[in-house]
Unconditional design. Sequence first.
Length: 544
Amino acid sequence: MKNKLLTLIFSFLLLSSLMLNAQKNNPLPHLQKKGTATQLIVHGEPFLVLGGELGNSSSSNTKYMNSLWPTLEKMNLNTVLAPVYWELIEPVEGQFNFMLVDDLLASARERNIKLILLWFGSWKNSMSCYAPTWVKKDTLRFPRARDVNNNPVEILSPFLNANLQADKKAFIELMGYLKKVDSEQNTVIMIQVENEIGMLPCARDYHIAATSAYLSDVPLEFITYLKKNKKELKPEFLEIWKENGPKVKGNWPELFGDNVWMSEIFMAWFFGKYVEEIANAGKEVYPLPMYVNAALNRPNKLPGEYPSAGPLPHLMDVWKVAAPSIDILSPDIYFPEFEKYCKLYNRGGNPLFIPEAKFEPACSAKAYYAFGNHDAMGFSPFSIESTSNPETEPIAISYRLLNQLAPLILEKQGANQMHGVLLSKEIQRDTFELGGYTIVASHDYTLGWNSEAKEDVWPEAGGIIICTGNGEYMVAGNGIVLSFPSSAGGKTATGIDYIDEGSYVDGKWTPLRRLNGDQSHQGRHLRIPMDSQEIQQLKLYRYN
């Protein structure tokens, strides 16, 4: 008996050791700091998300979705962002169906494509349109938010526990299922919790439970954070707080003032707390990286005229303390001023991940800029499947080049050895220091060789410049011209040693042709024309 017991104990210890080793050899996708950057680690290696987000309804039917995979493959992406729908996963309360998830996993694995799943639960673009019928129709059990006139709106109120618990239960089931069927293969690498949260058509919810919370003391947790991190608060948020004090005691209107901006802060806290409980519960089951995305506030519009209280730039501090289980606050960028929003979200330790961008020709330039200038973790145009010419889409060509450059980009992230440029008629040049040299990046149309340069609007051009040594660079992009001014005083000039156009073959740089003469304007510059996308290797030198 004693020998059998010892044998069982030994077998248990051996099995535990094998399981621990397996987990170490195949860790779950997770985030990891590298210098000033944060990287997504997949299968133990850093991973650059070259993604595309599906249209809202594309993954709701297997047959329809199967018709889209050939297009997605031709786009050269390595990750598909696909919705999963509460109403289809739990059509009857307590009865779960993961057939659509199974089909997504099988199709993605067949093509060696990763998935980021978007949880369309309580809210999608503010509204609760993806809640199951049994939730939608039972408004006594699952109350709606109320507008300023006490009229119900099709938005589940974040102040009612029944709404939270129903969503949380379904999300736990989803995460448990992913753990069961995907914890070894890691096809799913990240989760988006809800989608573009925000209150409409007013800044806050006027349900009786919301008003009760509004008139209650601001939670000590939030006040403690404000006091402790006052010097690090985002300036946009700090300005709102200072305008009324800044006070550290009282209810919400007493602390922040009774106005729409205060109402938005109040709602952001409770939206964040709702999301935190869902994300934290999901991570306890299966701890994948999780993010929330923001529908950006429109210029000159008040909260409620845009989706109020989402993870917006001026509310990042609120979301950070309210929802610590959320790893990334992400912008959905459809507006102009792409660089502005990249900068706003790439601060305070928040890594830049762009889950939605307007699907347009300029996507290619924007992707180069985001990866080069902000160590972006990923980039993803929306409705990526909505093209009849996937092979010739500019973003498909960019992704083909960025796939080749990905190991180098990931190696250089967080080390200040890359620069991204995004140029237009309004911003024609960008001057920067990199690799010991001053570099001026100009829009291709500044050369005046193209008749379209006379047009009022220029297509956006962009590129990534990666330093591989002193005066050595890999350059990719479209519509950019790099020139190299002399040093101060003009006594030392910079020349081009060589420019090679080429590609990476099996991870090794392979030159195709030496670019000189007309292609470098007799040694004056490196040029990638507006109608082209290329990778070029550049070597500079100095002379007197």
